[in-house]
Structure formats: C-alpha cells, structure tokens
Design a protein around this ligand. Structure first.
Ligand code: ZN
Length: 337
C-alpha cells in the first residue's frame, strides 16, 4: 500500500485520541463569537485567531490559552466548547476520546463547577446517543496552581462524582513545581476510581519524567518525549507499559521539540507504547490524521503507524467496546512488521 493510500485509510478508519484539552479544541469561529460577546478586542475575526497561532514558545502558548479561558463567562460557554469538540471527533472518525476537563480553570474563572460539568456532560451525552463514539473525561489540575488547588479538584469529584471521569491529570507549567509536591494528591486517586496521568517531559527534561514516575505512578504520560535522552528511563517506560500520548504539532508549535529532531520514532522502536494526539487542535490548527501524516513523514513504517493506531485504543482507560476492527492497515502491519 502506498503511503498516500495508507494515510487515506488512517483518515477513514475509527481512531482513538487520548490527549485533548476541552478549551484547546475551540474552533476559531467560536472564539470570535465568545470575544465579541465578552466585548474583548482579542479575536475580532478568524484571521486574528490564526495569527495568534504563531506564538513565542511554550510561555506564548500558555498566554494564548489564558486569553481563551478569560472569554469563558458562563457555564453554557463550556457547552459550546464541548460541541466544537464533538463535531471534530465526528468529522475525524475518532470513536473513543479521553478529554481533559479542568475544574481548576473553572474555579479560577469563578464559575460553578456543577453547572459547567452539566453543560459539558449534556454535549458529550448527545454525541454518544448519536452513535458516533464514546468520550471519557480526565479531570485536570493545573500544576502551577499548586497542590491545594489539585486537592480541591478531587474534593469536587468526591462530593459529586462524574461517572464519565476515568482519570486525573496534571497540566500547566511543568517547570513550576516538582511532581513530588503532588504525591498526596495522587495517593487519593485509587480510592476515587481515577487512573493517574500527568503532563511531563514536554518543557522539562528526562528528570521531570523520572520524578513523575517515582512520585505519581502514572499509567500514561502526556508528551513524555524528553525521556528519550535517558536510555534507562526509556527501558523503564517500555517495561512498565507506561504509554506516552505524543503531540507532534503541539511540540513543534511551542518550540519544545522541532519535528526534524523529534524522538518519537526512537521511543517507539525502543518498545515504548506511543499514542498520537492533537493536544489543542483548535489552537494549533491540526487534526489527528495530520499527526499521523507527520509521523509518516518522519519515516514511520506502515507497521509502526498501525501499532500507534492500536495503542490509542489499548492505552485508553475504558475503550473495550470500541476496539477497532482489523483494517488493511493493521492487517498489513501484522504480516509485514
Ligand atoms: Zn496537553
């Protein structure tokens, strides 16, 4: 199968995505609408949103993210974001997704979590009723807000559990606080039925990944690519089966990992489980199929592309009923890799 045919097959077949933030999935048109309603001069038109995609490093991206969040003034706005996200899942044939939803951001905005959760739940439930696939939630805390704010995220969930939530993660500025500061937060997860995930190895080095493994015991790591610089750490990740949810366009855009020197293939060939994801598709202007195209351009074989596709389902926390049927891509992988 020629590379183009294979990528076409990827676009058409059912996929899973495990690293996707609710706010970052906003469509440019929605952002313009939210800005207009908020009386903000930030995003007067779609072209201005696209212009903001050229930011300065990770700090520039986090500043854009903050600008987006400031436009969210009421719970229904989160419903808008959720509908943007589900429309994207349908158009991309993503039949299983784990979405980061951040009660910590909602708290910062001064909105009521229960109302926000209901607005998001309503959009996600409608998506599932339509038969386009399943969505699960990863409750997200923000690292630079500190461990107390992270505990409050779990307190909210303990008081009113959201059945759709299957995991808990830590995003935000990786360099702000060490993972060990959150060990007491992560110790609560098993009791709450939440699987541990964490953002690490994006702006931080391999030490940040090692520290996260030691103190937080994640089942998956968002990004994690910095681990490639430490062979012992790579072996540990492979042996323990801790998957890395890798986002090539995101790494490129924030300047953390230029595509030309990205270690994703090295990690894959060292036996680490890798899934591909978009992180913030609305803000980076990317698609999941586009991420597979980039992996192919880096030199991934068809067997490797198929392995990553399968990993998207296998590394999910609740994917069983949506395991994809064998396709020519995965059949080719089995016979030729
Ligand atoms: Zn992320």
């Amino acid at each position: 199968m020629a590379a183009e045919d294979l990528l076409r097959a990827v676009r058409l077949r059912p996929k899973a995505e495990l690293h996707l933030h609710l706010e970052g999935a906003v469509r440019p048109a929605t952002l313009v609408r939210l800005a207009r309603r908020a009386g903000s001069p930030l995003f007067p038109d779609v072209a201005s949103v696209r212009a903001r995609r050229r930011f300065e490093g990770l700090a520039g991206f986090l500043s854009l993210y903050r600008d987006v969040c400031r436009l969210l003034r009421e719970p229904a706005d989160f419903g808008l974001l959720a509908r943007d996200l589900t429309a994207r899942l349908r158009s991309e044939r993503i039949v299983y997704a784990e979405v980061y939803v951040s009660p910590a951001i909602v708290e910062r905005l001064g909105l009521e979590w229960g109302a926000v959760r209901d607005a998001v739940e309503s959009a996600f439930a409608a998506h599932e009723r339509g038969g386009a696939g399943r969505i699960r939630v990863l409750l997200d805390a923000v690292r630079h807000f500190g461990p107390d704010a992270a505990h409050r995220v779990l307190d909210l969930h303990a008081r009113h559990p959201w059945p759709r939530a299957v995991g808990f993660g830590l995003g935000g500025d990786e360099l702000s606080l060490p993972a060990r500061d959150f060990a007491s937060v992560y110790r609560r997860l098993a009791q709450l039925g939440l699987a541990p995930v964490v953002h690490a190895g994006e702006a931080g080095g391999p030490g940040s990944v090692a520290e996260a493994l030691r103190w937080l015991k994640p089942r998956r790591i968002a990004h994690g690519v910095a681990a490639a610089a430490d062979r012992g750490l790579v072996r540990t990740l492979a042996r323990a089966g801790v998957a890395l949810d890798v986002c090539l366009t995101s790494n490129e855009a924030t300047g953390t990992w230029p595509l030309a020197t990205h270690p994703v293939l090295d990690l894959l060939r060292s036996g680490v489980t890798v899934t591909l994801a978009t992180d913030d598709p609305g803000l980076f202007g990317t698609t999941l199929s586009g991420e597979y195209r980039k992996l192919s351009r880096l030199g991934a074989t068809r067997g490797e592309l198929a392995a990553v596709l399968r990993a998207g389902f296998r590394a999910g926390f609740a994917p069983s009923r949506h395991h994809p049927p064998a396709t020519s891509a995965s059949a080719a992988a089995r016979t030729r890799s």
